[in-house]
Ligand binder design. Structure first.
Ligand code: F6R
Length: 609
């Protein structure tokens, strides 16, 4: 993770960089720093903590330079501290760098730099080697020194460099970590992600692996590993800045919860023609290919994995093909049964999650066909897949994922329906009924959001409990995992999800009067069974908050509170059930006064193992 920004132009780079870093704080925020080319050489300022700390640190200082680089960090090698923060400057103070990723062979490089060049390292980071390496290799040509340095480095990285001796120039390099270049008027930028630059421009170059970028005020040149100039199409970004800002909401998370109806509509309408046929524009899976698959593997991490759990239910039900769902970090080390008869679906909001990317590569090397479900256009997962099914959630800034999850669910339904139709495992009537249910979900979610006040009141009353269990059966058990993750990651309450039928095999021992059990009972086919599980925990004095469909009032007899969601078929209920759980997590965290959009120890995009 970590975010990098660089500016080269005729204004003070400092202001653009600080502003850009603020937009990238979701990528890491345990320290931040800036390096500027000034009349007095390269000046570096860096500070542990959020970007506000850095801003305060430099507020009284005349710091001026037309070229600079900045960084917001999520620590991997070396604890968060002022000294370990980026930018790192070489011993002779000629080179400063900002880096996102990991230099895997940094220990060997450190030893070499120390033994051969007498370099004494100041930090515990892997990143410092990049600055020291480029400085010892630099014989007057920064570009050449960067090429030589990367030929000696192993790992995944994107970095930006400035040199004291080459004014008005930033050089950046990408290998397996995100990097873009932004084209301004009389100025140019580098950055880890688009929101950093949206305020200033909407013309972007997506940088590919093993490419070097040279940025000067009037030129951005991209070169390949061999040093040849590469022609790249400009990507015109149509997100508005407003999309990337809070739009009057107290937190990005709340804004993004409320954006779900729009995001779902967008994701649906981009895949449906006027006759409600699903068209997979840009996806070249044929009927023959779909018939050839004997297995689907869905692989992802965290919330995206939870979307995959729903995917398994719906694809198996509608397309009648076995589906395995796996956590990416487990999949890649298990020598899984994958071959050219496997359809491998990677789900990732950011498209940069290293574990998911590595799992994808593993599946690809075994011959699987790769279909990815991704939110960020042009991200690594998208580029390395055979086919991409984009979610149209817009930028998701809050660390806790919400609208990405519900749009990932929409993709799961569309893939299941599409496959079911081609494989002739569902009738036209069934296809049409599920599609009309899906189309009705945005309005139903709006109804749930209109009642957010009820959930806020519940959170005010329950926020100081220390143990919460989420239980459910069938599709509700998949949603229980997501509800539990949302609560724990932003409120730091110890929460746990379990399939309700499994409770009696051990976990029920933990029930006591202070325990909260959030029981999801939205599956009509399992409703009676779920009622029995609720009675079991209620008998142990737990405080039971149930989520049920309107009209199923029988549940009130055994629950302490009930949150109703609008009527829907069992298949699509996860799209609705998750919304009160997202709101509950949000309001509990707000009641506790936590930093909702940037929860401790987490980062939005996890580009390390
Ligand atoms: C939780 C959350 C994470 C991500 C996970 C995968 O709210 O956001 O669990 O879902 O890190 O990230 P992506 O989807 O970017 O691959």
């Amino acid at each position: 993770m970590c975010g990098i920004v660089g500016y080269v132009g005729s204004d003070n780079a400092r202001d653009y960089i600080i502003d850009g870093l603020k937009k990238l704080e979701y990528r890491g925020y345990d320290s931040a720093g800036i390096a500027l080319q000034t009349e007095d050489g390269i000046i570096v300022r860096k500070k542990k903590g959020k970007i506000a700390n850095l801003e305060q640190e430099i507020s009284g200082e005349k710091l001026y330079g037309n070229t600079g680089i900045g960084h917001t960090r999520w620590a991997t090698h070396g604890a968060p501290s002022d000294i370990n923060s980026h930018p790192h400057i070489s011993e002779d103070e000629s080179i400063a760098i900002v880096h996102n990723g990991i230099v895997e062979n940094y220990m060997d490089l450190k030893k070499w730099l120390n033994d051969e060049h007498g370099i004494v390292f100041k930090t515990e980071t892997d990143s410092e080697v990049i600055a020291q390496l480029i400085s010892v290799l630099n014989k007057g040509d920064l570009e050449e020194a960067v090429y030589q340095a990367v030929s000696m480095m192993r790992g995944a990285y994107a970095f930006g460099v400035i040199s004291k001796n080459e004014p008005n120039k930033i050089i950046a390099y990408r290998k397996d970590a995100p990097l873009i270049a932004g084209l301004g008027k009389g100025c140019n930028f580098i950055a880890s992600d688009i929101p950093a630059l949206l305020k200033y421009l909407n013309k972007i170059y997506l940088i590919e692996n093993d490419e070097l970028v040279i940025c000067t005020p009037d030129r951005v040149e991209i070169k390949n590993k061999e040093g040849q100039t590469v022609k790249r199409d400009i990507l015109q970004v149509n997100w508005s800045l407003e999309d990337a800002e809070k739009d009057g909401y107290e937190h990005f998370m709340l804004k993004e919860i409320h954006e779900q109806p729009k995001a779902i509509r967008e994701t649906l309408t981009r895949r449906l023609d006027e006759n409600d046929n699903i068209f997979l524009d840009g996806i070249s899976l044929t009927k023959e290919e779909l018939e050839n698959f004997n297995k689907v593997y869905i692989v992802a991490c965290g919330t995206a994995y939870h979307a995959g759990l729903v995917g398994k239910y719906v694809i198996e039900k509608m397309a009648r093909i076995p589906v395995e769902v796996d956590i990416a970090s487990e999949f890649r080390y298990r020598d899984p049964f994958v071959d050219d008869k496997t359809l491998f679906i990677a789900i990732s909001q950011s498209g940069e999650t290293l574990d998911t990317l590595a799992a994808l590569r593993e599946a690809k090397s075994k011959g699987a066909r790769i279909l990815s479900v991704v939110n960020v256009v042009g991200s690594s997962v998208a580029r390395e897949s055979d086919d991409v099914f984009y979610t149209w959630a817009g930028p998701e800034i809050a660390v806790a994922s919400t609208k990405a999850y519900t749009t990932q669910l929409i993709c799961m339904y569309l893939i299941a329906l599409y496959m079911g139709r081609l494989r002739e495992t569902i009738s036209d009537e069934y296809y049409n009924s599920i599609l009309s249910e899906l189309k009705a979900t945005p309005a139903k979610i709006e109804k749930i959001l209109d009642k957010a006040g009820e959930i806020e009141n519940l959170a005010k009353y329950l926020y100081n409990r220390t143990n919460v269990f989420f239980i459910g059966r069938g599709l509700d058990s998949a949603v229980a995992y997501e509800g539990s993750l949302k609560l724990k990651e932003i409120s730091y309450i110890n929460s746990f999800a379990i399939a309700a039928g499994e409770l009696k095999h051990g976990t029920i021992a933990l029930m006591e009067p202070e325990t909260i059990v959030i029981s999801l009972a939205t599956q009509d086919s399992l409703f009676e069974k779920m009622l029995s599980n609720i009675v079991e925990v209620k008998a142990r004095m737990a405080h039971v908050v149930s989520v049920a469909k309107e009209g199923n009032t029988k549940i009130e007899e055994s629950s302490t509170e009930v949150i109703y969601i609008p009527q829907c078929t069992d298949e699509v209920s996860p799209l609705l059930t998750v919304v009160p759980l997202q709101l509950f997590a949000y309001y509990v965290a707000r009641e506790k006064g936590e930093d909702i959009d940037k929860p401790r120890n987490l980062a939005k995009s996890v580009t390390v193992e």
